[in-house]
Design a protein around this ligand. Structure first.
Ligand code: AMP
Ligand code: GLY
Length: 427
């Protein structure tokens, strides 16, 4: 099977590596990829946000399966264009990707499907915004209704800050969503969906805030780990029953079946599982540790989903017993204003540690054979180990080998889980 992965980040690097490990995958290519991916497979410097250019690339490469990474490509209709040209695609159409690109749409689907989620109000004026804030009370949750790459949200007890954030969103032309605050630990579950059916990947936990102890601004994600031993028994099956299957059915009923990753962003509250958001793709950086544990061959799994034959081929997905931890190394100034140009050294040394893989995102190849920072999140350092503590120790040992001048990373990824400090409210 010939495969093509679309996207530039750490998630795509992890997908590339997992596809290469599938014995039935004969070829892996990536567009545009990045400096790390280019060391492993052929990459094509194509503007993949253009459906037309992606179709032309596929006509040249003739892949048996195209895997779409980022949400922007899905929202731009890359899947629609590829399907119209006769290619098998893992990733939803732009109609189905509205589960991510419009939070109001996602709420509407959840209500229709009876899926547990916090109450929300859409505001299009300052007056409506203030009314909604006062109805829900503090802490206030204020979101951009459009695509904001995980960064359009503020959670604050400061009413003025909540209003200021709402004004910012209005000035960008989007409606504002005000939500009930959901209290509890967060979990990401990727459900591989084939249009009617789905299978869940192992749950992971992401670290969205930029600094230790969940302080500072929201980012795309600063690290992740799996498994989550603190979850209630049957958690994954509950997510399938209460969330994924009803949503997939609702999407079929609406005539826009969902094929791809239904990323369920969940909070485990005293009232049970609540959906915070859906994404229509693999999460970054959760994918990096999750795929480090995947036993099921990824290429065959995603092809079965793209062909609508999941149940017949892979009624479940299997994972290695070992744990995996991923630590994101970011550039100076990320997330507000990432600075390009830092010379990254030590990557090759770090990669020699047993169980470590270094997945690239915003790097370019430097002339000296090392790498230069050219984005916000630069690397995800992933390590596996017999348990979370071992995986975490190895991941940070690898991080220590790498130097990103003025860069930063969190030092507490997976720490609370290892120390038994994660509690579910009311449990
Ligand atoms: P989102 O872009 O909707 O994923 O939100 C980003 C982050 O903001 C989430 O991962 C949570 O940490 C936080 N957040 C979003 N919605 C809520 C909510 N209703 N209650 C509490 N925290 C939230
Ligand atoms: N890690 C969060 C996301 O991919 O949206």
């Amino acid at each position: 099977m010939k495969t093509l992965v679309l996207g530039p980040g750490g998630r795509e690097h992890a997908i590339v590596q997992a596809l290469r490990a599938d014995p039935l995958v004969s070829e892996v290519r990536c567009a545009p990829g990045n400096a790390g991916i280019a060391k492993e497979v052929p990459v094509y410097p194509v503007d993949v946000s253009s459906p037309q250019l992606v179709v032309e690339l596929c006509q040249e490469l003739q892949p048996d399966l195209v895997v779409v990474g980022p949400e922007a490509l899905l929202a731009a209709g890359v899947t629609n264009a590829l399907q119209a040209a006769g290619f098998a695609v893992f990733g939803p159409t732009h109609q189905a990707a509205k589960l991510e690109s419009s939070k109001a749409f996602a709420k509407d689907v959840m209500h229709a499907a009876g899926v547990p989620t916090g109450d929300a109000k859409t505001a299009v004026s300052l007056e409506q915004l203030e009314t909604a804030l006062d109805e829900f009370g503090a802490p206030y949750v204020v979101k951009d209704d459009g695509l904001a790459a995980g960064k359009g949200v503020i959670v604050t007890s400061d009413r003025d800050a909540a209003i200021a954030h709402g004004r910012d969103i209005f000035s960008g032309g989007d409606p504002v969503l005000v939500e009930e605050f959901l209290d509890g630990p967060e979990v990401s579950v990727f459900v591989i969906a084939d249009g009617t059916d789905g299978v869940a990947m192992a749950p992971a936990q992401d670290f969205k805030r930029v600094f230790n102890n969940d302080e500072g601004a929201n980012t795309g994600g600063m690290g992740a780990y799996t498994p989550l031993e603190w979850l209630p028994k049957n958690f994954t099956e509950d997510v399938m029953e209460q969330v994924a299957r009803p949503v997939l059915k609702e999407m079929v009923d609406r005539g826009t079946p969902f094929t791809g990753v239904l990323y369920c962003g969940l909070t485990v509250t005293d009232k049970g599982i609540q959906v915070i958001e859906f994404n229509a793709r693999f999460g970054d950086p959760e994918t990096q540790p999750v795929l480090a544990r995947l036993k099921t061959p990824l290429g065959q799994l995603l092809k079965a989903a793209a062909d609508g034959k999941l149940r017949a081929t892979f009624p479940s997905v299997t994972f290695h017993e070992h744990s995996a931890v991923g630590v994101v190394m970011a550039a100076e100034g990320y997330p507000e204003a990432p600075q390009a140009g830092a010379q990254i050294t030590g990557v090759a040394d770090a990669a020699k540690l047993e169980g470590v893989s270094i997945l690239h995102a915003g790097t370019t190849a430097g002339s000296s054979g090392e790498f230069t920072a050219s984005g916000g999140r630069l690397l995800t350092v992933v390590a596996t180990g017999d348990d979370l503590a071992a995986a975490r120790d190895t991941a940070y040992a690898a991080v220590e080998h790498i130097s990103v001048p003025n860069g930063h990373y969190r030092t507490d990824i997976a720490a609370k889980a290892i120390n038994g400090d994660i509690t579910i409210p009311g449990a």
